[in-house]
Design a protein around this ligand. Sequence first.
Ligand code: CAA
Length: 283
Amino acid sequence: MDIQSVGIVGAGQMGNGIAHVFALAGYDVLLNDISEEALTNAVALIDRNLERQVQRGKIEADVKAAAMARIRTTSRLADIGPSDLIIEAATEREMVKHAIFEDLLPHLKPHTILTSNTSSISITRLASRTDRPERFMGFHFMNPVPVMQLVELIRGIATDEPTYKALLAVVEKLGKTAASAEDFPAFIVNRILMPMINEAVYTLYEGVGNVRSIDESLKLGANHPMGPLELADFIGLDTCLAIMNVLHDGLADTKYRPCPLLTKYVEAGWLGRKTQRGFYDYR
Ligand code: CAA
C-alpha cells in the first residue's frame, strides 16, 4: 500500500499538528474542518510552528516552504474521500466520529485506510460502523504533535496485517516511534496518564495541595516536564473528562471515577488553555 495523500478531519490542536508532521515528511495533506475560520487559524499556526523549527535550526527555510505548499484545506468533508489515508482528529465524542465516518463512506477509494486519532474510544466499535473494518485503525498522536516522539497504533479486532504494516511504515517515514496497543479503553498512554491527572484534581479537590504546589511537586519531585494540572489545561479539560468517562464506563471500576471538580470546570466552560481558563488563568 503506497500512501501519498492524507486527508485529516479536524483542524484543532491535534489536526493541525498532524498536518504539520505529514507535510514535513513529504505527504500531500488535505485538511478538513467545518469551520473556515478554524482552517485559516490552523494554517497560520502550522506556519508559526514550522518557523519556530527554522529559527531553532531544526529545518531549512526551503523545507518549511515545501511543507507549507503541500497543505491544502477544505470545508467539505467529501473532498478528502479520495485520499490514500484518512485521519479523523475531530472532537472526542463517539457520535461525532461515527457521523464523520458515515458521511465519508460514499466518497472513499476502495484502498483508502481509515484511522481515528481517538485517545480512548473503542477502535473496534468505530470500525464496525464502516464498510472496511479490516482497513481501520487507531492512530493516536500526542500533543504537541511536532515535538512528541510517540504514536500509538491500535488494531481493532478485524484490522488486517497489511493495514498495520502500512501504518508502521508511515510512522517510520514521519521519524516517530510506534507503540502498539490492544483495543481496550484509553489504550496505553491515557490508561496511565489520565488517572494520574484525575488524581491530581482530587488532590486539589480535597485540599491536600493547591494548584501551584501540586504542579511544582510533580515537576521537581518526579521530573515531569509539566505539572499534571498544567498538562490537563494543555490537553483540554473536556478531553480529560471524556477519557475518564470512557475508562469508568468501559472498565466499570470506581478507581476511574472522574473527580467532581473536573466535571464542574468542564460544566463552567473552563476547558484550559483553549478557553483561556482552566486550573490556571491565561487571560
Ligand atoms: N511545534 C513545533 N515545535 C514545538 C512546538 C510546536 N507546537 N511546541 C514546542 N516546540 C518545540 C520548541 O521549539 C522547543 O524546541 P527546541 O528543543 O529545539 O528548543 C521544544 O519544543 C521545547 O519547547 P519550549 O522550549 O517552548 O518549551 P518547553 O521546554 O517548556 O517544552 C513541551 C514544551 C514540549 C510542551 C513540554 O512542556 C512537554 O513535553 N510537556 C508535556 C507534554 C505531554 O505530556 N504531552 C502528552 C500529552 S497526552 C496526549 O497528547 C495524549 C492524549 O490523548 C491526551
